[in-house]
Design a protein around this ligand. Structure first.
Ligand code: ATP
Length: 355
């Protein structure tokens, strides 16, 4: 079996293939890779391959019963000199621990995925980067304002609820029988803003790629019926993501947004992998996203970081207003990523973007 460090390292991109799982942001990753001249491989779950065939973004499709079977096809990827691009589905199917065992070439620092997957670690990282985060209440008795209660295992924000006092918290928590832990977080009244960044270790530049807001069911439809009807029918808010809506930010806010991204990247180089104790010296690079609520005083309250490409970049397969400023050609985040790999390969610096 070939190990990643034995993979053939050559200065020509035709010797490599870019591979990803067929879900999440695979269409733009594969299309972007093709635009940059790479061969592409899509690992698809049986029954979901037609879509990728139809868009002709994959030169090769490898079928698996489930993404959880990724390790069964890893040797094939190594033989093909593939570079794997992680995305949200990849992290959610495999989990950050298993990702540490991947032998095939992998774009991005694997150890960073632990820090985005653990709410406590994530908070430590973002706080040390000087970002403003919603306050966390240690005990329900401390609740003195609107709070959102987030259950650890909740997929898509299902079951989250809002309370305004300890009494309201204790009343609502009775409805939940699961043994998942939860966090009590200050509820920020404002608008959600998801910022998509790209940091290249090759150019050593940070780029703001785009912004989105999410389209969540049923949170985004509750306002369509009267408050009285919501109460009568007993509607409970959930935040299941169904799509993403493009967004452009007030220009005066961009300098702060840029600085937040820079600080997060800088601070990431001080983090370490809890399994190996190794320092993550390369830190965070490639695409990442800061998820925030912006209040009426235009303060950003960051409640989450995604340390890999996010689905919010999907509206921009043909580029965003911001990428147009920098590139006189369509530049999706998927393509930007392939460009980073291409520049790394052609300047004999591939190891700098593998992690
Ligand atoms: P995860 O990505 O960890 O599975 P999730 O995406 O399902 O979590 P969150 O991102 O934590 O859930 O939150 C879901 C939604 O709730 C967000 O889109 C946002 O609109 C809203 N939200 C989250 N935290 C806050 C907060 N502190 N104040 C106001 N709204 C919030």
């Amino acid at each position: 079996m070939l190990k990643s460090f034995e993979a053939k390292i050559m200065g020509n991109i035709s010797e490599y293939a870019i591979a990803t799982l067929g879900s999440h942001t695979a269409l733009q990753i594969l299309r972007g890779a093709k635009d940059e001249g790479f061969k592409t491989i899509c690992i698809c779950q049986k029954g979901q391959d037609k879509l990728y065939e139809s868009y002709k973004v994959a030169d090769e499709i490898i079928l698996v019963d489930s993404f959880k079977d990724f390790f069964q096809v890893e040797d094939q990827l190594i033989q093909k000199n593939a570079i794997l691009i992680p995305h949200g589905s990849f992290v959610s199917y495999l989990g950050w621990e298993k990702i540490q065992d991947i032998k095939v070439m992998h774009y991005g620092t694997k150890g960073i995925l632990e820090w985005e997957s653990d709410r406590t670690k994530e908070r430590e990282w973002l706080t040390s980067a000087g970002l403003r985060l919603p306050k966390i209440f240690k005990t329900p008795g401390d609740i003195d304002r609107a709070v959102i209660i987030k259950f650890h295992g909740a997929k898509g924000g299902k079951g989250y609820f809002i309370a305004n006092s300890p009494e309201e918290f204790y009343e609502r928590i009775q409805e939940y029988s699961g043994d998942d832990g939860y966090v009590i977080q200050e509820y920020i009244v404002g608008v959600p803003v998801y910022t998509h960044y790209f940091y290249s270790p090759i150019t050593q530049e940070l780029e703001i790629m785009s912004f989105d807001k999410r389209y969540e069911s049923n949170a985004d439809s509750i306002g369509r019926i009267a408050a009285k009807d919501q109460i009568d029918v007993g509607i409970r808010t959930s935040y299941t993501i169904t799509g993403n809506i493009p967004l452009v930010l007030r220009e005066s806010m961009l300098p702060d947004v840029f600085e937040m991204g820079e600080n997060v990247v800088k601070e990431s180089r001080k983090l370490s992998n809890s399994l190996t104790g190794e320092k993550l010296t390369k830190g965070l690079y490639g695409p990442f996203c800061l998820e925030a609520i912006v209040d009426p005083d235009l303060r950003f309250y960051v409640f989450e970081i995604s340390a890999r490409i996010v689905a919010g970049t999907n509206p921009y397969i043909n580029g965003s207003p911001y990428t147009w400023l920098k590139y006189n050609e369509p530049m999706s985040t998927g393509r930007r990523l392939a460009r980073d790999l291409k520049e790394a390969i052609e300047s004999d610096r591939l190891q700098e973007v593998l992690g």
